[in-house]
Ligand binder design. Structure first.
Ligand SMILES: Nc1ncnc2c1ncn2[C@@H]1O[C@H](COP(=O)(O)OP(=O)(O)OP(=O)(O)O)[C@@H](O)[C@H]1O
Length: 344
């Protein structure tokens, strides 16, 4: 590492760090002043840049920064990752938390594939450490190229708007913060080069059996070839989506205040709403009942039934949920083992 504090960095890179800080403050709406944060550090370039940029910003924010690494027990190079993570943290005098898991064994038990299991265990571990150490936020190294991949993957799944604008910079329910979200991968690599910071590349990132890798290696470059400003377009889509998400949160929050009886959405309320608002309200009410993603076809079907006032008609949703059209409005509830249970 060539520079120990932000004042020593070349001006361009000091600004790079300050821009990250202002993104967190303005766009993610999070103040890091006087806070304790935990960075997920895998040893890859993204999280190495995250740890380094936050290290440079920490003194002026009076922020306490620690790092955590989870060994998934998956790859042969894992020892290399760990050595780099340990070495970096020791150079930065940063406290490092280490964990171990056996992803292959747990994935083999049938709760999702390797990637999904690794992600689940990783977040569980990071949140566990944050809880134990009193960290206010968990930081990850997601950047603009990750966002582009995320948006393209949501597009192929058929996600609606504003979800189609991709992952959030801050997830308040899980206290996850993504400070690098507007930074292209190329810029991250240049920062690491300038700062003399090493990293380890994950060989499994080249494995095209994973959809995410196909999107990264084939689709994103194809879009960039069509439009060299593609990543800028992604950043704009994201910003538009955040504005709209904020608007819809506000509208739906107001609407849900009129939902007097739990999970009965009254007809009077629905009659005064645009279809776009009604459909979002159905989804929000279903989400509030617990896990299970509603299919868009079923949301449309429910709205058609409501519009033609088909009293007594039901639509079922994943997670043992259903919606029933009644004279009073639409009732959302759980169905479990043949008996009907209301609300959550
Ligand atoms: N082994 C690890 N230990 C600690 N943190 C990790 C580890 N692997 C990844 N992370 C954190 O998670 C971030 C995202 O990593 P990666 O892009 O590999 O995840 P992903 O598989 O795309 O899943 P998700 O996007 O849900 O995090 C990294 O930038 C880093 O902050």
């Amino acid at each position: 590492m060539r520079y120990s504090k932000i004042q020593d960095l070349p001006t361009k890179w000091a600004h790079f760090c300050l821009n990250i800080s202002s993104f967190v403050h303005r766009q993610a709406g999070v103040s890091l002043k006087g806070k304790k944060v935990l960075a997920g550090f895998s040893g890859g370039p993204d999280s190495a840049a995250l740890v380094l940029a936050m290290h440079y910003l920490a003194p002026s924010l009076n922020m306490k920064l620690e790092a955590a690494y989870l060994d998934h027990g998956l790859r042969r190079e894992a020892g290399e990752d760990l050595a780099l993570v340990q070495d970096t943290c020791s150079q930065l005098s940063m406290k490092l938390h280490l964990g171990r898991s056996n992803v292959s064994r747990l994935a083999g038990r049938g709760r999702g594939g390797i990637e999904e299991t690794a992600r689940r265990l990783r977040y569980r571990y990071l949140h566990g450490v944050a809880r134990k150490t009193g960290a206010d936020y968990v930081l990850t190294g997601h950047h603009l190229n990750d966002l582009a991949e995320d948006i393209l993957m949501r597009l192929q799944r058929g996600t609606g708007w504003p979800g189609l604008s991709g992952m959030r910079a801050y997830v308040p329910e899980r206290r996850i913060l993504r400070p690098l979200l507007m930074i292209p991968r190329k810029c991250i690599m240049d920062f690491l080069e300038t700062a003399g910071q090493g990293y380890v590349l994950d060989a499994t990132n080249k494995d095209k059996t994973f959809l995410r890798n196909r999107v990264r290696m084939s689709l994103v470059p194809e879009f960039e070839a069509i439009n060299p400003g593609f990543l800028k377009s992604i950043a704009n889509i994201w910003r538009l989506g955040r504005v709209d998400a904020d608007y819809w949160d506000h509208i739906l929050e107001e609407a849900r205040q009129d939902v007097q009886e739990e999970d009965l959405v009254p007809g009077d309320l629905l009659s005064g709403m645009h279809q776009a608002a009604r459909m979002r309200l159905y989804k929000k009410t279903l989400d509030s009942l617990g896990p299970g993603q509603a299919l868009v076809e079923n949301i449309f079907k429910l709205d058609e039934l409501w519009q033609s006032r088909k009293t007594g008609a039901r639509v079922q949703f994943p997670g043992d949920k259903e919606a029933l059209i009644s004279r009073e409005g639409i009732e959302f509830r759980h169905i479990s083992h043949g008996t009907e249970k209301k609300g959550s």
